[in-house]
Design a protein around this ligand. Structure first.
Ligand code: GLV
Ligand code: GLV
Length: 326
């Protein structure tokens, strides 16, 4: 019996080739697409479904599902009700590590882009409005000496810390906000003595730049709401490369419009791919279409890891990256 894979996304060839070697591959778009997902999952025709953030596996779908596993082509897996999957005996895989550097790079790009007003300058150039160097043209903020607050201190948060230190930023972090977790010096490894652990509330008030690196869970939904935005320093910057719903985007629009925040850099949106009303009209925001992991090499590695996860789920081997091990 060869393994049966259903892929709901256009998995890069590096991963697709592995799936084809291991079994039969059906493309979701040939059998009804996302609208048919609950039926496809329940059909018993597939061992593993390969998917990404656009495919939602809720408790109702998972209770009826006849699957061995779900291989998510992403590190975040808020699109899958993992408790319901576990209860149904369905393994869930994701793609940690391979996208850490690429995503941390995008966070730095947004930090630099917003503080140095790169997007405003880019737009000015294209509009033919650059009339020559001037002492006060698009004057921004230094990152050296600025306090960067990292919400969450997992793989990506740490990679952002390393980069920020190289730019001369002071790095404070709050693991697992809004709750707390003590990170030991041993666990900090190379970062010990170079970064400071603080409480979430303190970090919100100290950070010149607040960057989000938490998974989306019930605890982190609207972690940054109107109250938190009001407690952030006047003239500070918010960066989100995590998940849109971690921020109350309408409240953010207000905080940007009023000038309380200097700016924001966003790679993710609350109601992706849409943006909150008013966001696109603001000058002091740099927005990207969820490009965190978007390099050729990273996407190829994600595809290989996704395929390895899927194959192990189908054949009963060790799953390289499983978020709900048996
Ligand atoms: C992308 O957002 C991911 O979680 O990999
Ligand atoms: C991860 O280490 C976290 O506590 O955020």
């Amino acid at each position: 019996d060869s393994a049966r894979f259903l892929t709901m996304i256009d998995l890069p060839e590096s991963g697709l080739a592995l799936l084809r070697e291991a079994g039969e591959v059906t493309h979701g778009k040939d059998v009804g697409g996302n609208a048919a997902l609950p039926e496809l999952a329940a059909s018993g025709d597939y061992d593993v479904i390969v998917c990404a953030l656009d495919q939602t596996f809720d408790a109702v779908t998972l209770e009826r599902a006849q699957l061995k596993g779900i291989a998510n082509y992403a590190v975040g897996y808020n699109n899958i009700d993992v408790d319901a999957a576990t209860a149904a005996g369905i393994r869930v895989g994701n793609t940690p590590d391979v996208l850490t550097a690429a995503t941390a790079d995008i966070a730095l790009l947004l930090i630099l882009g917003v503080t140095r007003r790169a997007y405003e300058g880019e737009r000015m150039m294209r509009a033919g409005q650059f009339t020559g160097w001037a002492p006060d043209l698009l004057v921004g903020k230094d990152v050296a000496g600025a306090t960067l607050g990292l919400a969450g201190f997992g793989r990506i948060g740490r990679a952002v810390a390393e980069r920020a230190l190289a730019f001369g930023m002071q790095v404070v972090f709050a693991p697992r906000p809004p709750a707390h977790r003590e990170v030991s010096a041993a666990e900090l490894g190379d970062l010990a003595g170079r970064v400071e652990q603080v409480r979430w509330e303190e970090m919100v008030e100290r950070a010149d730049i607040l960057s989000l690196h938490v998974p989306l869970t019930e605890d982190t939904r609207h972690l940054v709401d109107a109250d938190v935005l009001a407690r952030m320093k006047r003239g500070s910057v918010l960066i989100n490369t995590a998940r849109g719903p971690v921020v109350d985007e309408s409240a953010l629009v207000e905080a940007l419009r009023s000038g309380h925040l200097f700016g924001a850099g966003l790679d993710v949106f609350e109601d992706e791919p849409a943006m909150a009303a008013g966001l696109a009209e603001l000058d002091n925001v740099m927005v990207l279409p969820h490009l965190g992991s978007a390099t050729r090499n990273t996407r190829d590695e994600m595809a290989v890891l996704t395929a390895r996860n899927a194959i192990a789920m189908a054949t009963g081997g060790d799953i390289p990256a499983c978020v709900n091990p048996a």
